[in-house]
Design a protein around this ligand. Structure first.
Ligand code: LMR
Length: 383
């Protein structure tokens, strides 16, 4: 029965977790999968999350079903974090992580416009194209980042999007681009808004790192501006990184439109057939953190410290080598180095430096102490 299946390669990014673990060399450096790390290389459970989990353990009296929309209060409170006070024309539901949100959004688009085209910048998170493709959408790519100059290729992007037609979807990273860390200027965001309006493109914003770039408000500003400028938008949100809840799979999908009720009914029907109901624990934790002022303040303070650590490492990396200078002005966990697969492989083999196959590094995997060894390792490969 299953002879129609093709052999699938193992996920290269997630495969790094096992490879790194099996390496017994003491000086190994893990810059692979995108998780925050502290100075000791740990990915801690955030303090406010621990406190909220203790409250849940103590006070939760049932684990009965909530429904396809998940924890409604979670989505309301998170919407205020993402969009500011009083967002309207929004239909939103809790999803299993940002990936669940992306997939749900893709399925919604497929229902309304079967076979629609999604424009994706190159490079992007390697899971983006499979998510949209598996939901039945067509993928087109546009230039986004020029690796050699470590800069956004905005002219190339606009030129490529000249091919886009009304009804196409434009995928955008709200902040902290994965894998490049590069972002648009304010003027470029305005131009993207004008382009979407003029060409009838639907912006689909992936916001997976709010608070890890320049701050909770600053990281949402571009998305909010686009939503103000356009009648319709889709937003996939992940709490993996900014609440450190990775494996709990906490996310949300919001759709801005004049047809909120129609959209909402379809989101619930789709969610029901995809996963029936999202897992509760992580979303309940986020709800409690956002509900209790003391927990919320502690979460914000810890998030501020995480961001400060990443941006401190960015500044140190930028100062360490001329070819890494652009990293100082980029944001989020990642930077994309101009390294080919052979260099990435050699760095792993000879120096125990682990990074994604495309040359992406997770900056949070470094410390001020390991930066010199890292830079000494990569320097010969930086042309
Ligand atoms: C990453 O890009 O490393 C993370 O978003 C983890 C993942 O799911 O790929």
């Amino acid at each position: 029965f299953f002879d129609g299946l093709a052999v699938q390669p193992a996920d290269a990014l997630l495969g790094l977790i096992g490879l790194y673990r099996a390496d017994t060399r003491p000086g190994k450096i893990d810059l692979g999968v995108g998780v925050f790390r502290d100075d000791f290389g740990h990915t801690p459970v955030m303090r406010a999350v621990k406190a909220a989990e203790a409250m849940l353990l103590r006070d939760q009296e049932t684990k009965s079903y909530l429904g396809a929309e998940g924890d409604v209060r979670f989505a309301e409170l998170l919407a205020e974090v993402a969009f500011g006070a009083g967002p309207d024309r929004l239909a939103g539901v809790q999803t299993p992580g940002g990936t669940g949100a992306l997939r749900l959004g893709a399925e919604l688009i497929t229902r309304s416009r079967p076979g629609a085209t999604v424009w994706i910048g190159t490079p992007t998170w390697p899971n983006h194209a499979p998510i949209f493709r598996d939901a039945g959408l067509a993928i087109q790519t546009h230039r986004f980042f020029d690796v050699a100059s470590a800069a956004v290729d905005f002219d190339g992007m606009i030129e490529d999007l000249g091919e886009a037609r009304a009804g196409d979807v434009l995928l955008l990273h709200g902040c902290c681009h994965n894998p490049t860390g590069a972002g648009f200027t304010g003027a470029q965001w305005l131009e993207i808004g004008r382009l979407c309006a003029a060409r009838g493109l639907l912006p689909f914003i992936d916001l997976a790192y709010q608070g890890l770039g320049d701050g909770l408000e600053a990281d949402a500003a571009a998305m909010r501006g686009l939503m103000d400028a356009l009648p319709e938008a889709v937003i996939a949100y992940s709490c993996d990184k900014n609440f450190g809840l990775y494996r709990e799979r906490v996310g949300a999908l919001w759709v801005q439109s004049e047809a909120s009720e129609l959209v909402r009914g379809n989101l619930l029907a789709l969610a029901r057939s995809l996963w029936s109901m999202p897992p509760d624990h992580g979303a309940a934790v986020v709800r409690l953190v956002l509900e209790y002022a003391a927990l919320r303040a502690d979460w914000t303070a810890e998030l501020d410290a995480m961001r400060a650590r990443i941006n401190g490492l960015r500044a140190a990396l930028a100062a360490s080598h001329a070819r890494l200078a652009a990293i100082g002005g980029q944001r989020g966990m990642f930077a994309l180095l101009p390294l080919g697969p052979e260099a990435v492989e050699a760095l792993r083999r000879e120096h125990g430096i682990y990074m994604a196959g495309n040359g992406r590094i997770n900056i949070a995997g470094l410390t001020l102490d390991t930066i010199p060894a890292f830079v000494a390792g990569v320097a010969p490969y930086l042309s």
